[in-house]
Design a protein around this ligand. Structure first.
Ligand SMILES: Nc1ncnc2c1ncn2[C@@H]1O[C@H](COP(=O)(O)OP(=O)(O)OP(=O)(O)O)[C@@H](O)[C@H]1O
Length: 226
């Protein structure tokens, strides 16, 4: 199987603080990869480099055969908009918009007509057990409901890669597992590759494979020194 997205020997520092010190990871098309590791080890920084949000100081990010690290910001921004989806820990729904408008947002930003974007967004509500919640604003949703709306927004444009940074981190364990069930089945159905950052083994267990980040480097779990 060939990698759809890959980090090769990536370094990144925040000022004087090194966050990645030669991180390499390759993710296959359709794979669900969990990135685990202790707090501060560099998991989110690695995700942000893979997603073209941060540009590595050195090393390469390759997506679908193209070097993301050498792209101009406008090109990386189109890539994020058109090929990638995102789910973060606190949903980050736009509070002024209804739930269905939030889900439609990535489609509207990609130039899909409003009626069609809303129709495609609507289809996600029944699917994620959110029927009847379409017109609510984020303040009128529970944490688990808001996170399912965020998940629908991350997947609605059928991205090639979904980046999920602690998507269940703010939820209780039962609600978190329900969100993971939905994430995995929806991603598998549309063949979306998922890169999931989590520090919870219970959540990582939903992935096809786990890697560990320690001190800014990536190890397969079986190669980690105790
Ligand atoms: N915006 C920032 N400014 C300065 N330093 C940062 C910033 N973001 C992260 N860091 C530092 O970079 C290193 C890696 O952080 P990162 O957030 O990638 O780790 P993480 O494994 O995702 O942690 P956590 O599990 O706590 O979210 C840490 O030392 C952190 O303090």
């Amino acid at each position: 199987m060939s990698a759809v997205i890959e980090a090769r020997d990536v370094t990144f520092s925040f000022g004087q603080t090194p966050a990645l010190r030669g991180a390499s990871v390759a993710v296959n098309a359709g794979e669900i990869l969990a990135i685990m590791g202790p707090s501060g080890s560099g998991k989110s920084t690695l995700l942000h480099c893979l997603a073209g949000i941060l540009v590595p100081d050195s090393g390469e990010i390759v997506f679908d055969g193209a070097r993301v690290d050498s792209m101009a910001e406008t090109e990386r921004s189109s890539l994020r908009r058109d090929r990638f989806g995102f789910v973060f820990q606190f949903g980050q729904l736009v509070p002024e918009l209804t739930a269905v408008e939030n889900v439609a947002l990535p489609l509207l930003l990609s130039g899909v007509r409003r009626t069609q974007a809303l129709r495609r967004a609507h289809a996600w509500f029944e699917r994620l057990g959110l029927g009847g919640m379409e017109q609510r604003r984020s303040g009128e949703l529970s944490g688990g409901q808001a996170q399912r709306v965020a998940l629908a927004r991350g997947l609605v444009a059928e991205p090639q890669v979904l980046f999920a940074d602690e998507p269940t981190g703010a939820l209780d364990s039962l609600t978190g597992e329900q969100v993971m069930d939905l994430l995995v089945s929806a991603a598998q159905e549309q063949g979306t590759t998922v890169i999931l950052v989590t520090h919870e083994p219970r959540i990582a267990a939903y992935a096809d494979r786990e890697v560990m980040v320690r001190d800014g480097r990536v190890n397969a779990p079986d190669r980690i020194a105790s």
